[in-house]
Design a protein around this ligand. Structure first.
Ligand SMILES: [Zn+2]
Length: 154
């Protein structure tokens, strides 16, 4: 019985710790924060992802966070801030992008067996791309309307 349990424990492995990717268990990893923004009229909602991530998983988290912002930020006051979130996420990726190729850590079992591959950035995904085109157009028209309203003689 005990032998069987030991074998099971060995197969299950331990959870990823500090310095190991929380998603796939690989190392090296860095503490990563990425944020997405959703907005409707005067409301907005922030979604924050924070944790240890290897280079490749960080890229996936980054793409998802930006895709969320580019899909959902436009429909309210958040439209003003979408660019700031993209720049902020990008700046916070610097450390992760400088990491070495992720290698799996023996004895660690994470949610995924290997780093995320085939990551699509937001501009290669349909929903964020369409939303960004419509959103930017609406904001530009709004801005043009206000400029005209302010500058035209009565
Ligand atoms: Zn990973």
């Amino acid at each position: 019985m005990t032998v069987e349990n030991d074998v099971q424990d060995a197969e299950a492995g331990r959870e990823p710790g500090e310095g190991e990717c929380g998603l796939c268990g690989s190392a090296p990893a860095t503490l990563l924060t990425q944020q997405g923004l959703a907005s409707l009229l005067i409301f907005f909602r922030l979604s924050t992802w924070k944790g240890w991530a290897c280079r490749d998983c960080a890229e996936a988290v980054h793409a998802d966070a930006d895709a969320r912002t580019m899909t959902w930020a436009w429909w309210g006051v958040g439209g003003f801030m979408a660019w700031a979130f993209l720049l902020g996420n990008r700046a916070r990726m610097r450390k992760a992008r400088a990491l070495d190729v992720p290698r799996s850590t023996p004895g660690v079992t994470a949610a995924m067996a290997a780093p995320v591959v085939d990551v699509q950035p937001w501009y290669r995904r349909r929903a964020p791309l369409v939303a960004a085109c419509v959103g930017v157009t609406v904001w530009v028209l709004l801005a043009a309307f206000f400029v005209l309203a302010l500058t035209l003689p009565e």
